[in-house]
Design a protein around this ligand. Structure first.
Ligand code: UDP
Length: 486
């Protein structure tokens, strides 16, 4: 896969340090970015926390990247938390620890010379998640150009940018009762979002809530960077990207990143197990692919709520009964830590146990990109995490959205009402609604949704093909990194 660079190897080759937020979604998308930059001949140091590193070593073939790309290096840094800290559940503590404990280590890493060798010069550009503004502070202090990358949708990022406006106009805070009140002060989305579609932390009614403070403050810092990378494509989020450009003129929309990588590797955006690089933090159970192979075309609903969501027992039961009652075939990812109280396996009532044996298959973690590309999958019941959404979009799989928190509330509104790629089940968790929506998506309105999803998938593919918007923006990013490094 190695392409020879048109530059001399060694100290003249740009050296990019990529530092993702240490959570599954951001690690996945920035890992693809690292691979794309390596493919174009750049030296890349992929910096992960020791905690993430341990899990990557345990569950992936990350070591093979060293063989595949001459320019790839992996480096680790402490996130400052105890090994057994439940990072996914209490990630505000993770953010704090990164900001205060990791920051000095990050400075030390960049200034110590540890990242240089005879074969590679010092870091010439930092690309870090734009929610970790401390990386930009350190890079500017020591005079290294930096670019931020946000791994959320442009729509949600724009809402974050508009948080001060929401506060100024009095639309925030609000008391939690009338969630259908339209929101007026977000330019480009006037009256389209309702209170319930704002990021979940807006419902707290408390402006001093740590999440509001974090997302407001850190997002306001994004324009300081040389540029901003977004994992999206212009045909999906063009109008909102234009709003963002007013603040961050140098915007690189280069997504969907996972497909962009596939198309560079093989000239196609179709997934096969051999060409995809996994950066999973759980062990993938590939037996579900064999199960899918035996199912009819577009007959299966794939159910996954991502890497962080935790369901109550009651929610689990409502979903499960709804799915069984709909008589739809299903593949469901239930992570070991994703049901509150644990021990769900021993508590499953007999009637749904039987229905599951007949129609379903359950795994603890799936090779999701491959699942969504499988011919048997006809729908995705998702929490509307941004990576999951893009993975569904490129494969033309319509969605039922059950947003759990944060940016997901915004994404699901766009999936349901702006892009019309599925149904938004936000704030409902009722077996009757689950059953009705499944029947709608997989039977009654199946053709309509598939047609629309196919159209959007084609636009996504067009953006990745030579001359397409994401293709050209990646070229521009690489050119800019090279000129920063001179
Ligand atoms: N994922 C996976 N297997 C699973 C469930 C999820 O590989 O069984 C991946 C999925 O492909 C996506 C990521 O985990 O890339 C989840 O990121 P997303 O932004 O959708 O949601 P989050 O986990 O951050 O809430």
């Amino acid at each position: 896969y190695l392409k020879t660079s048109d530059m001399d190897q060694g100290s003249l080759t740009p050296h990019v340090l990529i530092f993702p937020l240490p959570l599954q979604g951001p690690v996945n998308s920035m890992f693809k970015l690292a691979e794309l930059l390596c493919l174009s001949g750049l030296n890349v140091t992929f910096l992960v926390t020791e905690h993430i590193h341990g899990r990557l070593l345990r569950y992936t073939d990350i070591q093979s990247r060293f063989v595949r790309y001459r320019g790839f290096r992996l480096e680790t840094i402490s996130d400052g938390l105890e090994e057994d800290h439940p990072r996914g559940d209490r990630f505000m503590e993770l953010f704090d620890s990164l900001k205060y404990k990791t920051k000095p280590l990050f400075r030390e890493l960049l200034t110590s010379g540890r990242l240089n060798s005879e074969a590679r010069g010092p870091v010439t550009c930092v690309i870090a998640d734009g929610i970790m503004g401390f990386t930009g502070d350190v890079a500017s202090e020591i005079g290294v150009p930096f670019v931020y990358s946000r791994t959320i949708s442009a729509c949600c990022l724009w809402v974050f940018f508009c948080l001060p406006k929401l506060i100024e106009s009095g639309e925030l805070p609000f008391a939690g009762d009338d969630l259908d009140t339209p929101i007026k002060s977000i330019r480009g989305m006037e009256n389209f979002l309702r209170r319930r579609d704002l990021p979940s932390f807006c419902r707290t009614g408390d402006l001093s809530h740590p999440s509001i403070q974090l997302y407001k403050t850190e997002s306001q810092e994004n324009p300081r960077a040389h540029g901003l990378i977004l994992n999206t494509f212009d045909d999906l989020e063009g109008p909102i990207c234009s709003e963002i450009r007013a603040l961050c003129p140098n915007l690189y929309t280069i997504g969907p990143l996972h497909s962009h990588l596939k198309s560079k590797l093989s000239g196609t955006t179709t997934t096969t197990s051999s060409d995809t690089s996994s950066s999973s933090l759980w062990k993938e159970d590939r037996s579900c692919i064999t199960w899918l192979d035996a199912q009819p075309s577009k007959s299966v609903i794939y159910i996954s709520f991502g890497s962080l969501a935790v369901l109550t027992w009651d929610q689990l039961m409502e979903f499960w009964h709804g799915v069984i009652n709909s008589k739809t075939r299903f593949l469901w990812v239930i992570r070991p830590d994703s049901v509150a109280g644990g021990d769900w396996e021993t508590r499953i009532p007999a009637e749904i146990s039987q229905g599951t044996k007949e129609k379903g298959y359950i795994v603890g973690w799936a090779p999701q990109e491959e699942v969504l590309a499988h011919q048997a999958v006809g729908g995705f019941l998702t929490h509307s995490g941004w990576n999951s959404t893009l993975e569904s979009v490129i494969e033309g799989v319509p969605m039922i959205c059950w947003p759990y928190f944060m940016d997901q509330q915004v994404n699901s509104r766009f999936v349901g009402e702006a892009w019309r790629l599925g149904l938004d089940m936000k704030d409902a968790c009722d077996r009757v609604i689950v059953e009705e929506m499944l029947k709608d998506l997989m039977e009654t309105r199946k053709d309509e949704f598939i047609k629309r999803a196919d159209e959007m998938a084609n636009l996504a593919r067009k953006s990745l093909a030579e001359g397409g918007s994401s293709y050209c923006n990646l070229d521009r990013l690489i050119k800019d990194i090279k000129s920063m490094s001179q």
